[in-house]
Design a protein around this ligand. Sequence first.
Ligand code: LLP
Length: 415
Amino acid sequence: PTAALVRGPHGLALEGVALADIAAHQGTPTFVYSLAEIRRAYGAWRDALAGRDALVCYAVKANSNLGVLSAFARMGAGFDIVSGGELARVLAAGGEAGKVVFSGVGKSEVEMRQTLSAGIGCFNIESPSEVARLDAIARELGTRAPVALRVNPDVDARTHPYISTGLKNNKFGIAFDDAFDLYRDAAARPGLRVVGIACHIGSQLLDPTPMADATTKVLELVDRLAAAGIALEHIDLGGGVGIRYRDETPPTIAEYLAPILARLEGRREALHFEPGRSLVGNAGVLLTRVEYLKHGETMNFAVVDAAMNDLARPALYDAWHEVVEVAPHGEPQTYEVVGPICESGDFLAHERPLAVAEGDLLAILSAGAYGMTMSSNYNTRGRAAEVIVDGNAMHVVRERESVESLFALESRLPE
Ligand code: LLP
């Protein structure tokens, strides 16, 4: 899955840096990201949209490390945020508020004030109540909030049910049939400036057809709105493009966009996209060390120092991540790759042939998206360190959490 991963004389390397060197300097578990891969992935989006008025808003939730965000900011990306916290990260990383879109069903008043004052580019609104709340806050602040309605096109994204968001029965977006009336309501409010429409149907999409179908529905609505005097400036078609974890054959970005762009032929609105996974997923690996090999009666276990608190996707979605030896050792045997956490669900991979000895390093691939951002401190485990490699250089972009920091905000009961 990761082109920047190469096998050299010192075992696996990401770009020009041996993973063994990173483990020696930073310890394990550590997330390691390739800057070249991030640039390549962003370049694929930019190239496929060349010549168009388009903004790629990186979905911060996929990987919100400041180092990663700063790379996107320097390439001119916009950002898709889902909290005030994510906006603070974007600004700290050098991102431009004007290129930020704010998605999410539960924006709080505090978050609306913060993001509106910062001057973000667009609020993607998900309910009538949110229209009313944002209008009131904007008036109070003496401004007009730029808004798009996130509509729910009711198409089946054909992905994992937990990450499918475009169907009628889930909590996201505004029902397609209600959108027109809500647009009229929003357009009449002095605290709002209606600027766009947004749509995101799910994640890890392997087929461009559902999003192309959704685009057709969205355009029909855009035209109806224009006829009613509500002219939109931009169309935001969300994120969701899948990546290869195992043997999936996701479309290239150009292939994914082709049927969508075909439907947009000759239109004047600007385009926004909100990709996350396809920009960072295969740019990262989780580097971990084998603590113990346990040979049971029916199964062999490789107990590693990374766990479900570091990479939740296998436990949460039964997701498959490739596991490779940094430097193979002896004959392969079949292992369950598990972490030290006290839960049977704490596995990273099932039934993998691995040639390993205790103390060896393993790389868990495709861990650049929804890895660190979904990690926790369960079992009072400090979260992993994060490193970005750039050619032969290695930048520590997040130190490993110390144990003291994990309970620094807590206190004993008074005596
Ligand atoms: N825009 C919106 C409104 C979203 O909800 C999402 C992701 C994205 C953009 C970015 O989607 P992407 O391009 O990354 O597919 N934790 C899950 C994925 C959850 C996705 C949530 N929304 C996983 O690990 O697979």
